[in-house]
Design a protein around this ligand. Structure first.
Ligand code: HEM
Length: 490
């Protein structure tokens, strides 16, 4: 594990999704006045949840925090704090651009064009920061009130331009009905595992947190400030002596990708139903479920198809230590174009060796966090209850629902943007030629196709449209605690 001094400096979101703190509000902020914003941030810093180890009670049980607070700043937000130009211009290109300006890389076209977004688009108020408040049911109201009071006390210095309410289903399922948040990298130095891992799933700290070695054995680009702007020596220097005149503003920080993703749940299940052959309702239900699992690569419980190809097996719901090329090279169990096999291909990237594939996949990993918006279209028990036929004949109810999707990484263009562009929205992914990701790909014209390898003849699911639309988003930097103290002082 990293030393305590560092764990206390890193925002905790990288180490935990705080699932038990299921209620959340995301505050989108603008800093109108530098001095007042600095005073406000000074009060916020001690409240930020870090990766510091959780205390243990007298019975040896961990005591996680009931109220969890994180904050990320946009490039404009850092500028509003008066950060020196050296820091602002040493920031990565995509962070300077902002998410909306990367729409061609991200495939945010048609209804997902930033022009139509609710937050973070060119027609919305500029966002300077996103503050994420998560809390347990019993503590949320008080924590929320306390933060409203702090905003008020800033006397117009810090203005909330939008709030997003968010929640988590007890089942951990997303609106299509699948268990979410299972496949995650184990971050060295932050997450401890005593079990042996065969899948190469343990990933260097520097893939997520700046200031540590990444999977290439080097440090990901950071943001620097001139040494004379830090007379109180708040920020660390560099591990190598190549930057004697500068301090490391980025150390212990990470980049946070936020996407508000609206899911057309009825259209998704209707499209699958249109691809079934079964003559009875019951047969249809089994077939749409099977097709959905093939498109996802996991069953609704979370059980991976590679380990349980024919039926859902809740005992494998959290299984994440598996490979594809070794156990299922043709994709007969888990199709090559399924969501999970393209979002993290593990050992199965074509035209390179097994080991190189694991290494390459691990240079593109993201840590995912999610909360939901909008009531579920059907109860989460629909898949386990044999008599519940809801996935068949499902009708839309007009409610806007989906996920607040977060990805944490050290280099957004190399990690999140790469997955989105080269793996999810690429019809030629891994020697396929006409398959985009059937769940989240930008199949704009309703002519999307998904191939399910089978013997003697493969199966094609066709007529797939875009079931997930982007309706908001932004790129944020989540600084370390010392970097925020520097922001107050600079
Ligand atoms: C509404 C949109 C989305 C939904 C409903 C969704 C749902 C899921 C589900 C159910 C899983 C399998 C369970 C798990 O491993 O957590 C999964 C895995 C994953 N998804 Fe998504 N996802 C969405 C968008 C995205 C996007 C935009 C990306 C990245 C650009 C992404 C990347 C991943 C990754 C990396 C995994 C884990 C793969 C692994 O390590 O095996 N997802 N997603």
């Amino acid at each position: 594990m990293l030393p305590d001094s560092q764990l206390k400096d890193i925002q905790g979101f990288v180490a935990s999704g705080y699932d038990y703190a299921a209620k959340a509000t995301y505050f989108f902020l603008q800093f109108k006045d530098q001095k007042k914003s600095k005073e406000w941030l000074e009060k916020i810093i001690p409240k930020i949840t870090t990766t510091e180890r959780w205390p243990v009670d007298e019975n040896g049980h961990l005591m996680p925090p009931k109220v969890v607070l994180h904050i990320g700043f946009t490039h404009a937000g850092l500028a509003a704090f008066g950060l020196p130009d050296s820091a602002l211009y040493s920031a990565p290109r995509e962070f300077i651009d902002g998410m909306a300006n990367r729409k061609h890389i991200l495939g945010d076209t048609g209804a997902s064009d930033p022009e139509n977004w609710e937050v973070g688009g060119p027609n919305n108020e500029p966002v300077h920061a996103m503050m994420l408040l998560n809390a347990t049911e019993d503590t949320f109201a008080d924590a929320y009130k306390a933060h409203q009071k702090l905003f008020k006390e800033s006397k117009g210095g810090v203005v909330v331009i939008r709030e997003e309410k968010a929640f988590r289903e007890d089942s951990g399922r997303e609106p299509f009905g699948f268990s979410d948040g299972v496949g995650q990298p184990i971050v060295k130095g932050l997450v401890f595992t005593s079990k042996p891992v065969v899948s190469g799933n343990i990933v260097n700290t520097g893939e997520f947190v700046l200031g540590y070695l990444n999977e290439f054995g080097v440090y990901s680009p950071t943001m620097v400030v001139p040494i004379e702007t830090d007379p109180k020596n708040i920020l660390p220097g560099f591990p190598d002596p190549q930057n004697p005149g500068y301090r490391d503003f980025g150390r212990n920080g990470m980049f946070l990708v936020y996407r508000k993703l609206k899911q057309d749940v009825a259209a998704f299940w209707q499209a699958l139903e249109a691809n079934t052959f079964a003559p009875t309702e019951k047969g249809k239900k089994a077939e749409v479920l099977w097709l959905a699992a093939k498109l996802m690569g996991r069953w609704p419980s979370g059980a991976p198809l590679v380990l349980s190809p024919d039926h859902d097996d809740p005992s494998l719901a959290r299984a994440d230590d598996f490979l594809y090329e070794r156990d299922d090279p043709e994709g007969f169990r888990c199709p090559i174009g399924s969501h999970v096999r393209r979002a993290n291909p593990r050992d199965s990237l074509q035209n390179i060796s097994w080991g190189d594939s694991i290494h390459t996949s691990n240079t593109r990993r993201i840590l995912r966090r999610a909360r939901l918006f909008g009531e579920s279209l059907f109860p989460q028990s629909a898949f386990s209850d044999e008599n519940d036929m809801r996935p068949v004949g499902l009708k839309d109810d007009g409610v806007s629902r989906g996920v607040h999707f977060f990805a944490i990484n050290a280099e957004t263009d190399r990690q999140f943007e790469f997955i989105q562009k080269i793996w999810i929205n690429n019809a030629g992914f891994n020697n396929l030629y006409d398959n985009k990701d059937a769940y989240v790909g930008n199949n704009e014209n309703g002519d999307g196709v998904m191939t399910i390898p089978q013997v003697p003849v493969r199966r094609q699911v066709s007529g797939l449209s875009r079931f997930v639309d982007v309706i908001g988003g932004g790129y944020f930097f989540m600084p370390g605690i010392a970097a925020m103290r520097y922001m107050v002082e600079c």
